[in-house]
Design a protein. Structure first.
Length: 312
């Protein structure tokens, strides 16, 4: 007797939705990280370039005019009170600080009227001419040296090369008015003026030579004192005892720290600008960000300018 075994019915095909392995979704692409980085770099670069150009032109001239007004008011008050410095120390025995107003310089033939500050660093000369600290004050015996910029920040000494022999230079200090007569203009390699005799005074004005904003040398204008010599107070700072940043065509190495800090602030502001542009909107972001970036760019570029030659 044969037994017939029936084959089991074919299994139903598995449900594809239940048995098919899950296909992992591809991760979302990064939200244009490269564009965000490029935007940040462009913001920083544009702000620095804008600030640098503005500092050497319009903004620098405005800063010079403002600083001169403040220094003029301060010096006028000190002259009225009899507390204006007459040497390397103040009336109460303290050292005259860098940037302190010291004298009023007038060159009538050039229409120059500038307050002279103490020191000749790049930062000091952004506000006007500076007095080299290791030389006597104008009106005193010996050679007094004043330095000023040729092109940037008001260009107070921009036309020194036009001074004719015999032109008058007037300097008002706490000791009174001193008058000089121009004896000549000299450049590097030219003959030095004769040595001064005891009790004589000379004024030397210094600025840069060369193409605009690319100084290549130093221009000097010598003038002899024609008014009575004023007394020389004790001078703790001897000739040559100044920092390298106070010498002609020198920059301030100490400004690197300010450059680093301002650049960090500018980079942070640029990152915030790029982020706000994505989540807030174009016009709202730029209305708020442009003034901030411009201000930080000006500050950063000002610190960079301090690294450049002080007679620029």
């Amino acid at each position: 007797m044969s037994v017939t075994v029936s084959a089991p019915p074919p299994a139903a095909p598995p449900d594809e939705k239940q048995t098919s392995p899950a296909v992992p979704r591809e991760p979302a692409p990064p939200a244009r990280a490269g564009f965000a980085l490029a935007g940040t770099v462009l913001c920083v670069l544009a702000a620095v370039l804008f600030g640098f150009a503005a500092n050497l032109t319009v903004a620098g001239h405005l800063q010079h005019a403002r600083d001169q007004q403040v220094a003029h008011d301060t010096l006028r008050e000190q002259l009225a009170l009899g507390t204006a410095p007459v040497g390397q120390q103040t009336f109460d025995g303290k050292a005259v600080g860098l940037g302190a107003p010291l004298a009023l310089l007038r060159i009538p033939v050039l229409g120059v009227e500038e307050v002279v500050a103490e020191g000749t660093t790049s930062t000091v000369l952004m506000s006007g001419p500076g007095h080299r600290r290791d030389t006597p004050l104008p009106g005193q015996a010996g050679t007094s040296i004043l330095m000023g910029r040729q092109w940037a920040y008001g260009s107070p000494f921009g036309h020194l090369h036009d001074l004719p022999p015999g032109a008058a230079i007037e300097v008002m200090t706490g000791q009174g008015k001193a008058v000089y007569r121009v004896t000549g203009i000299r450049r590097a390699g030219e003959k030095l003026p004769p040595a001064l005799a005891a009790g004589e005074g000379r004024l030397t004005l210094m600025t840069a030579t060369g193409a605009p904003y690319t100084p290549s040398g130093v221009l000097r204008v010598d003038a002899e004192l024609v008014t009575p010599v004023q007394p020389n107070p004790p001078r703790p700072l001897r000739t040559g005892w100044i920092s390298g940043a106070e010498k002609p065509l020198a920059g301030e190495e100490g400004a690197w720290l300010q450059v680093f800090l301002w650049t960090q602030g500018l980079l942070l502001a640029a990152l915030l600008t790029v982020w706000a542009h994505r989540v807030w909107g174009r016009w709202q972001t730029w209305i708020c960000a442009v003034p901030l970036l411009a201000a930080l760019g000006l500050a950063d570029a000002g610190a960079v300018t301090a690294l450049l030659p002080n007679l620029l």
